[in-house]
Design a protein around this ligand. Sequence first.
Ligand code: SF4
Length: 555
Amino acid sequence: MCAEHNGKRFAEQLVEVGMQIGWPTRLVSFGPDITAAVFAAGFAIRVGFTFGGIGPGEYRKHLIYNKDRCFAFAMPLGYVTDEWYANALGCVNFGFPVIADTPIPEILPTGVCTYEHVVSNVPHDKIVAKAVEVRGLKVTVAEVPVPVAYGPAFEGERVRGEDIYLECGGGRTPMVEWVTSKRMEEVEDGKIEVIGPEMTDVPAGSKLPMAIAVEVAGREMQEDYEPILERQIHHFINYSQGLMHIGQRDIAWLRIGKQAAEKGFKLSHIGSLLHAKLHQDFGRIFDKMQVRIYTEEDKVKEIVEKARAVYGARDARIEGMTDETTDIYYSCTLCQSFAPSHVCCISPERTGLCGSYNWMDCKAAYEINPTGPNQPVEKGECLDAKLGQWKGVNEFIYKASRQKIDHYNFYSIVYDPMTTCGCCECIAAVLPLCNGIMTVNREYTGETPCGMKFTTLAGTIGGGLSTPGFVGHGKYNTCQRKFIVGDGGIKRMVWMPKMLKEEIAERLKARAEEVGVPDLPDMIADETIGVTEEEILPFLQEKGHPALSMEPILG
Ligand code: SF4
């Protein structure tokens, strides 16, 4: 602190309003004149001497050290004289930006400082956040502010029927999770809003629709990073004792247990824990984040629509890339907390079975966190081009599954298919009588021709096993060119729920044309035709479904 305003020193102004000053509060007055600002700069130089080991006379090193390591800024409050401005520019020379509350000339291009040099006319209620932003400070929240125990130990914990206080999603109500990036001024760091009923407004055993909308902003933030942040929501919520989270995107499913509710857990805490954890683990790529949690049906449906458009655009980025064009695939072991031997291996033409991670996303995730769950996998020698098996991949999954799985095929459901975890968007199953396969999406709760509903299928094969005859896959993957191509590809598809067929209609039509069976979508049976093999077979025969004339699927 230095200088005065209308004859009253900075320190005197603070004392007058009862504020404690001095070293304990780090509010230290250096003198009544603006020239005393030099003492603060003198302190900064000592930092370089003491901690940086920089010697006398090495002015360039001192200035660079201060710019990179000493997170200081100058904040002229009130009328800025020419002399003040000159002193402020002296600070800029150290790499310390100037944040003013009056309309002094701004110097916005970057160069000497990390970001802008002089930012002015900032209202007082925004000035702290602005200083943090312009100086490039990173927010870290050391403790996750939730009233329940929190940590990876609670991941994988189940909340069962009679223990449920609140349930959202899982096919019972709509639920969606969406991370999107915004401009810096559109995001207020740490702002958490619950729009609609809170936990405390509903009795135990309730169901609510839910949209978790996370908005982030940052100078390093890229659209490519959004899915990576979004996928963390699953894990970070699961770290809370008494909460269970499954799925992602618009098929998420959340249960909050009665014990968590008794301890005071509320929906707003989901925002708080996401704010804390995402800052802790991904603060390098964004600077600010706010969270809105909607529990009103109309609003949730609106977010679902918006998010779906974005999911579509994200998925489409991978179009055009083929597995042959890259030597590197990416692993994903995020789901090992639920399915310990499960290792997804993601190639351009086989997106993650949860639907949230494609090859591009994994590549971006690896860039952000080189020691994280998405590692590059050199596919190495091709052992089976038809079924999709590579030596390098096998070696990787053997290690990553802790010696549980030593190989799998990317393009087959019949012969050693890829492992499946409980997050999958769809599960495909062989239908021997129809000489084809069916697939069922998580949202469809009815019976299927393989004799099992989605939940039973997920419970049976979703533990990280490779189960011949069954495989988990993403919705998008259904129309990718390599989808079970080792067993005959999309021409084997004989049944899928109507809702799924409608959802992927456009891409299914294009893929059907590509394989020379343009009428395929109309030949695929759904629940309106039947839910047993016997019921759908006559329909397939009548339509002349190509699967019926293909070689036997079970060899
Ligand atoms: Fe990763 Fe696979 Fe889990 Fe998706 S399902 S998060 S790709 S391990």
